[in-house]
Design a protein around this ligand. Sequence first.
Ligand SMILES: C=CC1=C(C)c2cc3[nH]c(cc4nc(cc5[nH]c(cc1n2)c(C)c5CCC(=O)O)C(CCC(=O)O)=C4C)c(C)c3C=C
Ligand SMILES: [Fe+2]
Ligand SMILES: [Fe+2]
Length: 348
Amino acid sequence: MKKGILLVNLGSPDSPNPKDVKTYLGEFLMDERVIDVPLWARNLLVKGIILNTRPKASAKAYQKIWWEEGSPLIVLSERLQAKVQRQVDFPVALAMRYGSMTIREGLQELVDKGVEDVLLIPLYPQYAMATTETILVLAEEIRQAYFPKLNITDLKPFYNNPDYIKVLANSIAKHLEGKDYEHLLFSYHGVPERHIRKSDITKSHCNPKPSGDCQCCKTPSPAHEFCYKHQCVEVTRLVGEKLNMEEGTYSTSFQSRLGFDPWLRPYTDRTIERFGKEGMKKMAIVTPAFVSDCLETLEEIAMEGEEIFHEVGGKDFTTIPCLNDSDEWVALLAKWINEWATAEMAPV
Ligand SMILES: C=CC1=C(C)c2cc3[nH]c(cc4nc(cc5[nH]c(cc1n2)c(C)c5CCC(=O)O)C(CCC(=O)O)=C4C)c(C)c3C=C
Ligand SMILES: [Fe+2]
Ligand SMILES: [Fe+2]
């Protein structure tokens, strides 16, 4: 069977103009796995409130980070795809969960090249209902409706894969080389706490605490396969171990909360503020929930985060880029792709 690869990332608006941002946010936030309330309530909240207020502010934020070539997330994903393509013998397509470059178009591109067996790679290290799950559900719906003969296998979340941890740790070490810093903050995109409970297959395990220090994520459990919080905390722990970081010099926080429900804590903005108020002068921050730099890293962290730190007396604020299209990351993706292809070709 001819093989092919589909890389899938989140997506961006077509332009940083309020109209395109509104269209994009409309599709994104109406996803029942992102805003997980009944349809009538989602309609009310998203179409009645959020889409009338947020697009203008979001568009301003997008304008600050937009590149000549387009959205950083899209451009960086395209660079990644092109570099991976050069390293493997199978066609590699790129798609976005929301906005242009749809999953259906990505699969069609592969099918047009004769592909019958696809490795779908959600570009997220950790599993979350709002990221991995929504990609897999939609891809399966599209497969059944348009490509029923296509075989699709998904690459599992790789948050604790030793090679991934090595690539991430090396990238952090490289970007911090020669830099003096007191604390490294691992900031992950947040999700509402409710998402964690919903994804708990044991229905009795995950119980995020306001302090953020929940024991459930440190206690072995089958729930961890789908626990976003556990998978984030593990990335921090494993990278800390790999880099021999001293206890207390690094920690985890969660950014980008929206609305009034409790989201995973501690919150990144409040953590940065606390660090500054406690007298910290030099901090570094890394964002391992994202594979590609995007609005959330370039604006919310590198701009807003730095501003918060400076306002409370902090001085040096070092932001570490995502893995983007770095050679080590490209080589690792190519390795996983070749391993999948070889395993599939091996006689049973
Ligand atoms: C209820 C809302 C949201 C959930 C849950 C959520 C989870 C989630 N998102 C990402 C990755 C990205 N999110 C990005 C932007 C973004 N996210 C939300 C809302 C939720 N995300 C909004 C409203 C926005 C748009 C920007 C804004 O108005 O603030 C992006 C950046 C996209 C870009 O174009 O650059 C990414 C990437 C993850 C990983 C995640 C759960 C784990
Ligand atoms: Fe998001
Ligand atoms: Fe947990």
